[in-house]
Design a protein around this ligand. Structure first.
Ligand code: ZN
Length: 265
């Protein structure tokens, strides 16, 4: 395919020698150039209304990080359960979505969900209960985690080490494998912008691209349903280049693949 050849030429031109070695040592299951984890945070209505039907129509699996206080968890639980049955991952995004109110533009953080007021055991227990709740929805015992706002400091300490063992992987914090992972949270971009970034990451030697969405055609931090659909169609049409799957499936493969050890640098 033409796109593939163009991509290869760019890659060969841009790879450093260490990246070339990594490329030779590590391959995704179908020999794809890059894995892509499409993820959707906060359990929003537009994800159930628009994102999941679009993903299903192209046969693509993704990860949905549910904030368990979201109204959709109360009102549309059977739809989340159906999404899991359809092959999508229901990931942990805590119960209350605690973030720091001390950062700029954080007026929306309620004082009782302010992570600056938590202690380590409190966030650990909240995340444990969230996993139990998710187990009650989908029956799974293994899943991945996306830290709300990526705010990690509780009582002056990074809480991730206290919860890392609960998860197959933590989104955006992939210390073990694969190397060359990138996280991108697009907002208000076009379909061609999305596709252009995907191709640019592959050309730069990125092995795992985490694309983190919120609203799709609605809600907040949104991407239009048209742009989203354009990306999905492109990815479905280019599956020999891009492996799109749930984050847990991608990271289970990465952690089990012996060559990933050699990629640590
Ligand atoms: Zn969130």
């Amino acid at each position: 395919m033409k796109v593939f050849h163009v991509c290869c030429l760019v890659c060969l031109a841009n790879f450093s020698s260490s990246q070339t070695v990594a490329e030779e040592l590590f391959t995704w299951p179908g020999g794809e150039r890059m894995a892509i984890s499409l993820s959707y945070d906060d359990a929003l209505d537009s994800q159930l209304d628009t994102a999941i039907p679009a993903l299903n129509s192209y046969g693509l699996s993704a990860s949905f990080y549910l904030t368990l206080t979201s109204p959709t968890v109360r009102n549309r639980l059977t739809e989340w359960r159906a999404a899991a049955t359809q092959g999508h991952e229901l990931g942990n995004h805590t119960i209350y979505h605690p973030c720091s109110a001390a950062l700029p533009d954080r007026d929306w953080v309620a004082s009782y969900y302010n992570i600056d007021n938590y202690v380590i055991d409190e966030i650990v227990h909240e995340i444990e209960v969230a996993s139990s709740f998710l187990h009650a929805i989908d029956g799974h015992n293994k899943r991945t985690f996306t830290p709300p706002c990526d705010d990690l400091i509780v009582s002056g300490e990074d809480y991730l080490p206290a919860v890392r063992d609960m998860f197959v992987a933590i989104k955006g914090h992939e210390p073990e494998s694969p190397a060359l992972a990138v996280l991108w949270a697009p907002v208000a971009v076009s379909g061609s912008d999305l596709i252009e970034r995907v191709n640019a990451e592959a050309a730069n030697g990125t092995k795992l691209l985490n694309i983190l969405f919120h609203g799709i055609g609605g809600d907040y931090l949104s991407v239009t349903s048209e742009a989203h659909d354009q990306l999905l169609k492109y990815l479905a049409d280019n599956q020999e280049i891009y492996w799109v799957d749930s984050y847990i499936t991608i990271m289970e493969y990465a952690s089990e693949h012996p060559a990933t050890e050699a990629m640590r640098q």
